[in-house]
Ligand binder design. Structure first.
Ligand SMILES: [Zn+2]
Length: 158
């Protein structure tokens, strides 16, 4: 992701209650939301996912970049993707299970931003029980947030 950055911050309070997750039609493979050793909740494969196939997507609310920057300062845990200099999508209110996807420096999935949606594709076959991860790319943390992905060759920060 060069022009867009996923903005996600940690919120310890959010770990307390398990989120209610529905499976929308654009969720192609079953995914379970559980506690993650990486951060808060994570999205885990609940069935085998073959390489290269679309896992699911997150749909959100279209807002201006100006509004996105205001929201980013107000909320503890947000997920906003800037699509262009003017348009952004706020995924914070989405109930799509993929919104819990954590970052890994050696991810098993990739993130594609298309038509104002964030889509997830398997980089390799993913086994049931494996946590689904993507590389967030540049974040608003500007490398100041420690990465806990635990992957060999971890960059150490987001
Ligand atoms: Zn890492």
């Amino acid at each position: 992701m060069s022009e867009a950055g996923v903005r996600k911050t940690r919120d310890k309070a959010a770990r307390e209650k398990a989120p209610a997750v529905v499976r929308p039609p654009w969720q192609k493979f079953a995914v379970a939301v559980r506690n993650s050793t990486i951060d808060g909740h994570g999205a885990f494969a609940a069935e085998p996912i073959p390489a290269r196939l679309k896992i699911g997507e997150i749909r959100g609310e279209s807002i201006s970049v100006q509004e996105a920057r205001i929201r980013a300062t107000r909320s503890e845990r947000i997920m906003i993707v800037e699509l262009s200099a003017r348009k952004a999508i706020d995924f914070s209110k989405s109930t799509d299970p993929m919104r819990f996807t954590n970052h890994s420096c050696r991810p098993n999935a990739r993130l594609v931003i298309r038509h104002g949606r964030v889509e997830f594709y398997a980089r390799r076959g993913i086994a049931p029980g494996e946590e689904i991860t993507v590389d967030y790319g540049d974040t608003h943390h500007d490398g100041k947030l420690a990465c806990r992905c635990g992957a060999p060759g971890c960059r150490g920060a987001l």
